[in-house]
Every structure is written in C-alpha cells, then in structure tokens.
Design a protein around this ligand. Structure first.
Ligand SMILES: [Ca+2]
Ligand SMILES: [Ca+2]
Length: 343
C-alpha cells in the first residue's frame, strides 16, 4: 500500500471515528420525556420542559380553590419555586405522552410532607387493574411508602421519612418489577405485570380524586427508561448539594453523556469527570474539590450492562482505528473510562 493511499485511509477513519463521537454526544440516551421543574412562581401552568405534558393547576384553567400554591425559592427544593398542596389541591393533565403498557420507565420527584395522611403524591394512568402508576404513603402497617397500580397496592417496607423535610422519591419499572426508592438509597421491589394506561397525569391526589396530599412537591420527571441504582442515587446527591442545585434536566445531561461513554461532560458550565470506582464505593456519589467535579455512575467493574461506545468491533473498523491511533492508542481509547480513578 502506497503512502497516499494510507493517508486517504487515515482521513476516512478519522471521519468515521469523529462522527461516532459526535453522534454519541448528542443522543439523549436516558430518555427524559417529561420534566416539570415548577419554577413559574405564578399562573395556572406548571410547564413540561422537554415534553408536551404541561400541567394545569386545579380543576380548570382559571383560579380555583383546588389550585396548589406557588412557593418562594426559599421554600422550594430546586429553582425559583415549588407547589404547596393542602389536602384538596392538584395538578392535572387529561391526556399525556408517557411510557405506557409494560414499557420501562422512571418517575421521580422531591416531596416535603406536611401532614402524614393516607395520600398520593401522584403519578399517571387510569384507575383500572394494573393501569395506574402512582406513589403515595399509607398507614396500612405503620407509615410506609405505597405504590398503587389501579387495583393493587404494593405497600413497601420503606418507612416514611419525617414530615417537614425534603426527600427524593423514585418509582422504576423494568417491564417486570416495580422498584420504589427513597433518597436514592432505600429500595423495595415487587414483581408486577403493569399495563399502564395513558389517561393523564395527576399530582397531589390519586387518579380518582381521593387520598389527597398535604405537602410540597418539586421537580417532577419521567424517563422512558429504567435508570440505574447509581443514577437514582445521583439525582438525590446532585439535588441535595446546595452548591449545585441540579434538577432532573441537569442530571439527565450527566447520565446521557455517561451512557454514551464520553470521558467528561460540561453541565451548567462545570466540567464533570466520571469514575467507575472510588468515592467510598458508592454508586451515584459525587465529589467536589475546588473546580473538579467527579461523579460515580459506574457500578464497579463496569458490569452495569451499559452499552459502550460503538466499539471498533469489526475487523475493518479495528484496522481503521489502529491506523489512526496506533494499536496502543486504540487500547488506551477503549479503556479510558474504566481506568479513571478520582485523585
Ligand atoms: Ca386553576
Ligand atoms: Ca422548582
């Protein structure tokens, strides 16, 4: 092979590899389909950023006794505002675009319970067998978190946290098992065949307008994918760090760039490095040293099942990569993330 031909091949390989990197960095790998940050502070709508599920306050688009109350930034968890529900208030959307049927999903929010009563923070779907996806609290056997699927209660073993404190709540479904998680740490699960309906979102109550909630809600989000344990823990960690004040959209940027296998991500002007080990062995943990931001989204030995970058898996692509990077460079490129450890 002559020199010109090798140069041409190198150019072609560079184009292929560059396009792989660019594609990987722009896809939203973790599928944040709805994010309602509740930052409006006034008005009749709590808007959905990435999706079309804007939520209406109360029973109509005008002022109602059922409208939840906008809160100040100081009384909110993230951003400029949150909403207060006083036992007869709700957010609603009649029809919505949400993960239905048996599809995988993650539903999360921050809640600050004022009064412990049998109630639902809310969710979506219809009140028929297996058609609902809603989370709340119950005193069935002591105060515990409960998931309602329409005609079936999954009364978890997770004790309700104290009132008048912000806590993070997550419901995940992988197509066969429901996982409920408090503060990204305490998880309980049960096998359940869901067939979730698509008849709207209700927050502050159950779908049938009973079991209304007393407390604050903030930063509601739905992903059309099953977030990992580390990602759910990371939502809590980044939200609880007052220096960051990251909401679900900020966290989703971190997850997306992690899952597409880049070395680092720029989120809100901060450069984040990913690690698969270290940080006390805690998936989802973060560490900040001056201007160095590190987050552990790996689960240890990279057995998380996360798909790696389009690997040069075919012989042809391997050969092209080797031409550009050299075989040593190629090995280094492939192993660049799993070997990175926090200083
Ligand atoms: Ca209203
Ligand atoms: Ca907010």
């Amino acid at each position: 092979m002559n020199k010109d031909r090798i140069t041409l091949l190198k150019l072609a390989a560079a184009v292929v590899l560059t396009s792989l990197f660019l594609t990987a960095q722009t896809a939203d790998a973790t599928g944040l389909v709805t994010h309602v940050p509740m930052n409006e502070g006034s008005g009749q709508t709590a808007a959905d950023g990435p999706g079309s599920n804007d939520l209406q306050l109360g029973s109509s688009s005008g002022p109602n006794i059922s409208d939840p109350t906008w809160l100040s930034a100081a009384n909110s968890k993230l951003g400029n505002s949150a909403l207060l529900f006083e036992g007869g208030d709700w957010l609603v959307r009649g029809s919505s675009s949400v993960p239905t049927g048996t599809s995988s999903r993650t539903m999360t929010y921050w809640a600050y319970i004022n009064t412990m009563v049998n109630s639902y923070f809310g969710g979506y779907g219809t009140l028929q067998a297996d058609r609902l996806c809603s989370l709340g609290v119950t005193n069935a056997v002591g105060w515990k978190l409960t998931f309602h699927a329409g005609s079936y209660d999954f009364n978890t073993s997770i004790a309700c946290p104290a009132t008048d404190e912000w806590h993070h709540y997550a419901v995940r479904y992988d197509g066969s098992t429901v996982y409920v998680t408090l503060d990204g740490i305490t998880t309980d699960s049960t096998a359940k065949a869901l067939n979730t309906g698509n008849s709207g979102i209700n927050l502050g109550r159950r779908y049938d307008n009973v079991l209304r909630y007393w407390g604050r809600l903030d930063d509601f989000a739905i992903w059309d994918q099953f977030l990992t344990d580390a990602e759910v823990r990371a939502l809590t960690e980044v939200g609880n760090n007052t220096g960051l004040n990251y909401d679900a959209s900020d966290a989703d940027q971190l997850f997306t760039l992690w899952e597409t296998q880049t070395d680092y991500a720029i989120v809100d002007g901060r450069k984040w490095f990913y690690v698969s080990e270290g940080l006390g062995g805690t998936p989802g943990a973060l560490q900040i040293n001056d201007t160095n931001f590190t987050i552990r989204l790996g689960t240890g030995a990279d057995t998380s099942g996360i798909t790696t970058l389009p690997e040069p898996s075919t012989a042809a692509l391997t050969a092209l990569g080797a031409l550009v990077l050299g075989s040593r460079g190629l090995r280094r490129w492939r192993s660049r993330k799993s070997s990175r450890v926090t200083p």
